[in-house]
Every structure is written in structure tokens, then in C-alpha cells.
Ligand binder design. Sequence first.
Ligand code: 13P
Length: 259
Amino acid sequence: MRRSIIAGNWKMNATLREAEALVTALVQRPIPETVEVVVCPPFTAISHVARLLAGSRIGLGAQDLFWESAGAFTGEISAPMLVDLGCRYVIIGHSERRTYFGETNEWVSRKLRAALAAGLAPIVCVGETLAQREANQTMEIIDQQLTSALTGLSAADLSRLIIAYEPVWAIGTGKNATPEQAQEVHLFIRNGLSQRFSQQAAESVRIQYGGSVNAANAASLLQLPDVDGALVGGASLKADAFQAIVQAAQRRGQGAALK
Ligand code: 13P
């Protein structure tokens, strides 16, 4: 049974004061043994959040990185710098980076390798736009994104890899994928991993769903066989809503254990 992973992508939100209020509320709440919980603050708040998380079971991640370790790359942050701050996870290839900052599949691949080389657990985002879904290109787009990201990786690399399926049309829109839509794509991703590596390796990879996950819809998405967690945007900025999603993931763990 894969361990559920709920990650909060704070995006470009939270001053230090706001970050402190949110994390102080989160660390007071119980984290179920069966759920891995991660917060990904903006770069500016990572070091402060790291101190606040000391001794808690909540893991720390970043929202992006650059593939070189150091050098003349103004404005960029490297994998070793993130490790230095206490990050264990990093989001790569979020659709907002692809859309607003021109990130390509090639860049995602380079960033993924840099993250793995530094010992980070990468959360690689894939997903189709509404136009692509309506043109029946969803699987083709996901396949291209996966092929590019995974080329050259070994089965051993997969043990730390997390994939987030985030349909672009569901991000920040309040319109989440239906459980059927999510399960279909998650299974497609898992089968793709199985074909490229092995069934055993594919079974070990956690695949998160992201896109308008909230306290009300989390349970219906997290009970799906190939949905191993959630990458949460807006709802991760509210301690109560985030906690409710974590609890929904715990129930998933319990349900599976009873089978
Ligand atoms: P929302 O949960 O705000 O739709 O954002 C999803 C997302 O992009 C997480 O990375």
C-alpha cells in the first residue's frame, strides 16, 4: 500500500507573518501515521517555516528549482540550496510555470534530474489544458510530458518520484476533475510507468491529484485506487481546510488496510 501524500503548494502567497500563523496552526494538529504531509512555501519563507516545523512530522518542499548547482544564474535557486534549508521535496513543472514562465518539457527533465541528484523527492506536475481535453488529446499530452520527464531515469530513481496529475482547467477554478476522470488519467500514468520501467516500480510511485481539491471533495478523490494523495493550492492556505484533506487521506489508508 502506497503511503498517502498531501502537499500544500502555497504558490506566491504568505509573508513571513502569514506563513508563521499558518504553520503554527498546522503543527498543533495531529498528523496521522498513514499520511505524509508536506508544505511548499515561497522561497522567501522556507527558512522561517523550516524553524517552525522543527520536531514536527510535516515535511518541507519548494515550488521550483534551477538545474545548475551554483553559478551566474541571476534570480535562480539550486537543489543544493534547497537541501541546505531543510527541503526534502520540490515541485517541478507546475502548469503555472509552464504557462507564465515558458517552462518546457526539456526544462522539467533537467530540473527533475537535478532534484534527484541532490536527494530531493521531486513532485513532477503533468496535465492537459481544457482545449486539449476537448480535442481528446489528454492522454497524448500526458504521455509526451511523461516521456520527456522520465527518459534516462532508472527504476531506482522512481522510488523517490512523485507525480502530480493537475488538469490545467481544474487549477484555481473550483472545478475539480470527476473521480472517473482522475482515475482514468492516474491509471494511464501508472500503466505508462509500468511499460517504461516495471510493474513493481510503477506500483511504488505515488500519483497525486491536484486542481481545486478542498475539504468537501477530497474524500471522493482520495478513495480512488490510483490516487495516492493531493497537491493542494488554495485550500492549503487555510489550516482547517488543509487538515480536513489530510484526514480524508487517513480514511483512505484505513479503508485499504481493512481490505
Ligand atoms: P488549487 O487547489 O488552488 O486549484 O491549485 C492546485 C494547484 O495548482 C496545486 O499545485
